[in-house]
Design a protein around this ligand. Structure first.
Ligand SMILES: [Zn+2]
Ligand SMILES: [Zn+2]
Ligand SMILES: [Zn+2]
Ligand SMILES: [Zn+2]
Length: 326
């Protein structure tokens, strides 16, 4: 089937024996490590992500092993593979997206919180309570308002600490996002550097055709192991120093060929996605705390108003009593 006398200076791809310069999306057979056009095998564009392990027709015939597929993400518009058995979605982002749609439907506008929570009519009862001389009732209202206010203030203190923690985490995330961009750029320079070195060292090898499809490995992995650092390590990371370290001497960059590195497959996209998910999670959590904070502040305002009306009414009553007795 494969011609032995195929031209030596040209690598051929796929069942169509093309030279791979057509920019069409391709997929790698994990058995024979040859590249195939999705189109030539009857796949749809994007199917490569839904394919778990691809075996080309020749290898399927030879080994009996078939291409295995993954399950699609449950968000209808999404073409990515789900993370089953962990999740029916491809990512937290897709899960959160659907959840936020639902949340938006039941979301109360901040302005309506006060009306929804506390009826203004509560306040108008208070002066008559004071004037009608039901002292026990007035002091129990006053005590209740005071103790509830203290509860709210205590919860607010805790909330503020949590919100500050999220603010710091989001700031750190911003640092990680910009570092990701730097890592992508550095991986690119490392790749070009290694390509140059290897091309000069082995002039016999055929020159790689330029402008191929994105799924063809054309360079070196370049993954920056610092991207895996935990939050504490990130705090101390000196980005400026790394920026000034030449890529070829940076021991924390993966220098495997992209096609040979299975550990960091698609790391640019994966890391970017992970950061996006992290951001939307943090922002959603912080938003929830901030709504709670706003609601509690309104409650405090409400109790203050109750206490103020009681004080004013009591003062007015005392003044009236003093006037009556003189
Ligand atoms: Zn083809
Ligand atoms: Zn194969
Ligand atoms: Zn999805
Ligand atoms: Zn790698």
């Amino acid at each position: 089937m494969l011609a032995d006398d195929s031209e030596e200076d040209e690598v051929l791809y796929c069942i169509c024996r093309s030279n791979g310069e057509d920019n069409l999306p391709m997929i790698l057979c994990e058995e024979c490590e040859m590249w195939y056009h999705l189109h030539c095998l009857g796949f749809q564009p994007g199917d490569d992500e839904l394919i778990d392990v691809f075996k080309c027709p020749a290898c399927t015939e030879r080994t009996g092993q078939k291409t295995s597929w993954r399950v699609k993400c449950s968000r209808e518009e999404c073409r990515h593979a789900s993370r089953l058995p962990l999740s029916i979605y491809c990512s937290d982002a897709c899960g959160i997206f659907l959840m936020s749609l639902k949340l938006r439907q039941i979301n109360i506008h901040p302005d309506s919180v006060e009306q929804a929570g506390y009826k203004v009519s509560n306040y108008t009862n208070i002066p008559s309570l004071v004037f009608n001389g039901d002292g026990d009732k007035v002091s129990s209202v006053s005590l209740a308002a005071n103790s509830k206010k203290q509860d709210c203030l205590a919860t607010l203190t805790t909330l503020n600490t949590q919100i500050t923690r999220y603010t710091n985490q989001i700031a750190l995330l911003t640092k990680q996002e910009s570092y990701h961009k730097l890592a992508v750029a550095r991986a690119q320079s490392l790749s070009s550097h290694l390509l140059d070195v290897n091309q000069t060292n082995s002039p016999d090898k055929p020159k790689k055709p330029k402008g191929r499809g994105a799924s063809i490995p054309k360079g070196y992995c370049g993954f920056d192991y610092r991207l895996l650092a935990d939050d504490e390590d990130w705090e101390g990371l000196d980005v400026h120093q790394i920026e000034n370290t030449p890529v070829e001497t940076d021991a924390l960059l993966c220098n495997l060929k992209e096609s040979a590195c299975s550990r960091h497959k698609e790391w640019r996209k994966m890391m970017e996605y992970k950061l996006q998910v992290h951001r939307s999670t943090l922002e959603a959590k912080q938003f929830k705390l901030q709504s709670r904070q706003q609601q509690l502040s309104l409650k405090v305002r409400h109790y203050d108003k109750v206490l103020e009306i009681i004080a004013v009414a009591a003062a007015a009553k005392d003044a009236g009593a003093a006037q009556a007795s003189s």
